[in-house]
Design a protein around this ligand. Structure first.
Ligand SMILES: *Cc1c(COP(=O)(O)O)cnc(C)c1O
Length: 353
């Protein structure tokens, strides 16, 4: 029986629960987390520390913000930390959009943007990326009454970075807050916009410990903006949303930048090999600056993803979405994981033909 959802808030009535596959020990190349496994410094911290479970965490995560401020050369008062960058994105819309306000969301990009815009009562205005998955800045800036726009760079699911000059143009021409989601920026070998975020009137840069830092389980994210904007957002964020255990682990993880370098290095080495392997099997891979590759499948996307799942490998399916028709998105694995993925993919393709 269909539940009667009329008692729900109108703007969220058609919401569905998020991606949540049933797991049976599969190899996970579907979430873009770090295939080298748990962050070693964070794991060591968790093994060797105890906490006063009766005490609240620091209300606004001062230790972590101080450590991040040092790493990036940014005033800690211009940094907010919380429960994953997803919470940061939620706080941004909570702070800057009124009921019914428009926010501009590129297509294709991260599926949760639309969810956070609408959850906060706003309307998500989709603007297509260009043919080569770059920003259509002219279209984005001409949307009327738009309060916020949010762009991931590198983009998920397409994997590419947007051009710096387009991002700068977007910041200067968009009449509202520009959010740059830098979840994968460590993989680009550049600083992205994080060190410069406070120089702009209208820029918020978000980052996460879920990807290259290999601690998605602990849910830690943060954002940087000028002091005026962070003061506003700090007053809206739920106090204590980042728990003390995760905060401590994140501070420990920041001290081991060598792990980050090794992780990036591994991806830089393996990505072209995986791309070549996919091409050989008939895929059309798109250029990636991240730890994942979007690729158009030579066989039906559902048959591929389901077939791989039966053989113990999960990848993410984007094949039913506009602009990524018949595409899948595997995370770049280690040499061994990529070999496994390519072997199993070849088997599925053979069985389908
Ligand atoms: C994975 C990902 C995030 C991370 O979200 P957390 O809440 O920090 O785990 C944010 N943005 C994009 C585009 C992502 O792919």
């Amino acid at each position: 029986m269909e539940p009667d959802r009329s008692i729900m808030r109108e703007t969220t009535r058609d919401f569905q629960t998020y991606y949540s596959p049933m797991l049976h020990g599969e190899v996970r190349l579907d979430t873009n987390t770090n295939v080298l496994g748990s962050n070693p410094a964070a794991a060591e911290y968790l093994r060797t520390h105890t906490w006063d479970l009766n005490g609240y965490p620091d209300t606004y995560s001062r230790d972590l913000r101080a450590a991040l401020g040092e790493l990036y050369g940014v005033d800690p008062d211009c940094i907010i930390a919380g429960n994953g960058s997803d919470e940061m994105i939620d706080v941004i819309f909570k702070t800057f959009t009124n009921w019914g306000d428009n926010s501009v969301v590129p297509v294709p990009s991260y599926s949760l943007y639309d969810y956070f815009v609408r959850m906060n009562g706003g309307r998500a205005i989709p603007v297509d990326l260009t043919e080569d998955y770059q920003l259509d800045v002219d279209s984005m800036v001409k949307q009327e009454n738009a309060k916020v726009t949010i762009v991931p760079s590198p983009n998920n699911p397409t994997g590419n970075c947007f051009r710096t000059k387009d991002l700068e143009e977007l910041i200067s021409r968009f009449d509202g807050i520009v959010v740059m989601d830098e979840a994968y920026t460590e993989y680009t070998g550049t600083d992205g916009f994080i060190k410069r975020a406070t120089e702009f009137d209208n820029l918020v840069v978000t980052r996460t410990f879920s990807k290259v830092y290999a601690m998605a389980a602990l849910r830690v994210g943060y954002m940087v903006a000028n002091r005026k904007l962070t003061d506003m957002m700090m007053s809206v964020k739920i106090p204590y949303s980042l728990n003390a255990i995760s905060e401590g682990a994140a501070v420990a993880a920041l001290k081991d930048q060598d792990f980050v370098r090794r992780s990036v290095q591994m991806v830089t080495e393996q990505r072209p090999k995986l791309e070549a392997g996919l091409r050989k099997l008939g895929f059309e891979p798109f250029p990636s600056d991240s730890n994942f590759i979007l690729a158009r499948s030579p066989i039906d996307h559902t048959a591929l993803v389901e077939g791989l799942k039966k053989k113990g490998v999960l990848i993410r399916d984007f094949g039913s979405k506009r602009r990524t028709e018949n595409c899948v998105r595997p995370t770049v694995g280690t040499e061994e994981l990529n070999r496994l993925l390519l072997e199993k993919t070849a088997e599925v393709i053979d069985e389908c033909r």
